[in-house]
Design a protein. Structure first.
Lengths: 241, 265
């Protein structure tokens, strides 16, 4: 039953989030700073003309990969803490929970391999996020199906916004290269594609959560706002530490 | 040994090295003499060209000066002689903002990149199966890189420990242990990422210190010292891992027992 619903692409939320990604970002201090960098052009022997990444761009990309890995770690732990409790009370949710967990596990291993490949350090607060995420998943599952779904709704909303911001920043980076007559490396193109795919899957989870009565959680506004604030705080910290 | 080795390293630099030290073919970027101050690069790109850690003039002078290190130490005199060899006036050693430390930094970077270059043939050896063996082999190879200047290394350590140079020295040490783990093929990106690098940094720096006083033929005692330290780290790491696994298993089992009794958790 769930699989029928899952086949449907993420709809309502994507619609107003996706155009935002293609919109040029007005203010981004990190990337604006890179425009003033000296036009140092190392003659590459390959056919592509690529610009060396500035230190700001390197910092941005490494903190982006770091925070994404931390986020997917938290997501897998939230779902794995919720699943046994939710599934026992509501066996019909087993395929949905398993599907969402599996997707998060794939995202997590994607970012693990990207972090390894690009030699970015993982977040130093890894154990803290593990404990907090498991605690969040467990406590919302104890509060019931609606609360667990409200948790998913809140987390995925923040994550969707977060991925959109990243995609926008990287697209701005690409636009800048293209404006200066440089080529865009395959690795950055691939990164954008990966981020887009993962964002769409996250927003699909958001739709599933809303369909499963996330809005009926008892103090819905309180629960979602607390979790969303927590997510924003965690993202902010993970970008730095 | 020094100069042919480095220029070879520069020519066929392993693609995994963090930043090429010598990019002879690259159109010289208008880099300032203070290019030594460039910060550590984090995100390692495979497509985009990376900026070399030394400017072309700095590099030329330092490479020439490096040949004088065994005789004159990591000194301004060596830099002056190197500048003369490279065809610059003696006074041009002044363009190196960190003076003697520039030469030490050059040694650290060049040896780290030589290691990345050597790692391919080194790791082809089939007897190195585990990541731990590869780490031991790479660490030893890096220590061997100190062979020609080891009698000058205590002076260098004293300079590296000065407060203004300490951050860069530690960053180089961190980059070295990161390189070794990466080249050895370690893919862990969990908290063990930190403990592994911290442990290897400690083992490497203590072995290096031991090596400065080692008079045994071909540094046999240093090699034994290194293997003892690595063995200790591995046994401690194994114990911590086993305890962690046991705690996790017990907690999991406890929760499952409670669940089977009908407790809603």
């Amino acid at each position: 039953m769930a699989s029928i619903r899952l086949a449907r692409p993420a709809t309502s939320f994507c619609k107003h989030l996706i155009p935002a990604a293609s919109r040029p970002l007005s203010t981004n201090a990190v990337l604006r700073a890179t425009t003033s960098s000296t036009p140092e052009n190392s003659a590459s022997d390959s056919t592509k003309k690529l610009k060396p990444l500035t230190q700001e761009q390197r910092d941005y990309l490494s903190s982006a990969l770091r925070v994404n890995q931390a986020g997917e770690l938290a997501a897998t732990l939230i779902y794995s803490a919720q699943s046994p409790i939710i599934v026992r009370k509501h066996p019909h949710l087993r395929p949905l929970m398993a599907h969402m967990y599996d997707q998060e596990a794939v995202h997590f291993s994607t970012f693990n391999s990207l972090i390894h490949k690009h030699r970015v350090r993982p977040t130093a607060l890894y154990p803290l996020w593990s404990v907090l995420a498991s605690g969040l998943g467990w406590s919302t599952a104890i509060m019931g199906r609606e609360a667990a779904m409200a948790c998913t709704e809140a987390v995925e909303t923040e994550i969707g916004n977060h991925y959109n911001e990243q995609i926008r920043s990287i697209l701005e980076m690409i636009a800048e290269w293209e404006a200066q007559g440089y080529d865009v490396s395959g690795e950055i193109k691939q990164l954008v594609d990966t981020l887009r795919r993962i964002r769409d899957e996250e927003l699909e989870h958001l739709d599933h959560a809303v369909e499963n009565d996330a809005r009926k959680a008892e103090p819905h506004w309180l629960l979602t706002n607390v979790i969303r604030a927590g997510c924003r705080g965690a993202i902010w910290v993970s970008e730095k530490v | 040994m020094a100069s042919p080795c480095i220029s070879r390293a520069a020519r066929c630099l392993a693609s995994t090295a963090r930043g090429p030290i010598a990019r002879k073919t690259a159109a010289a970027p208008a880099s300032s003499p203070s290019s030594l101050c460039r910060r550590q690069q984090h995100y390692h790109s495979y497509d985009h060209p990376s900026t070399p850690p030394f400017g072309p003039v700095d590099r030329e002078i330092l490479a020439a000066a490096y040949k004088h290190v065994p005789e004159h130490g990591f000194s301004l005199r060596a830099i002056g002689l190197g500048a003369r060899d490279a065809g610059y006036p003696d006074i041009s050693s002044g363009i190196l903002p960190d003076g003697q430390f520039s030469l030490i930094h050059y040694h650290l970077v060049a040896q780290r990149e030589r290691l990345a270059d050597r790692s391919r043939e080194l790791l082809e050896d089939d007897s190195l199966t585990s990541v731990g063996d590869k780490v031991a082999a790479l660490t030893w190879e890096r220590l061997v890189g100190n062979r020609d200047i080891i009698h000058r290394w205590q002076e260098a350590l004293a300079i590296m420990a000065q407060p203004s140079y300490l951050p860069k020295s530690l960053a180089e040490l961190a980059a070295l242990s990161d390189d070794i783990w990466f080249l050895a093929g370690d893919k862990a990106v969990d908290p063990s990422w930190y403990t592994k690098r911290a442990a290897l940094s400690m083992v490497y720096s203590s072995s290096e210190l031991f090596m400065t006083n080692d008079r045994s033929p071909s540094f046999l005692e240093t090699r034994q010292f290194l293997h003892r330290r690595l063995g200790e780290v591995q046994s401690v790491g194994g114990t911590v891992g086993a305890v962690g696994q046991w705690v996790g298993f017990t907690l999991n089992a406890g929760v499952n027992v409670l669940r089977s009794k009908g407790v809603p958790i």
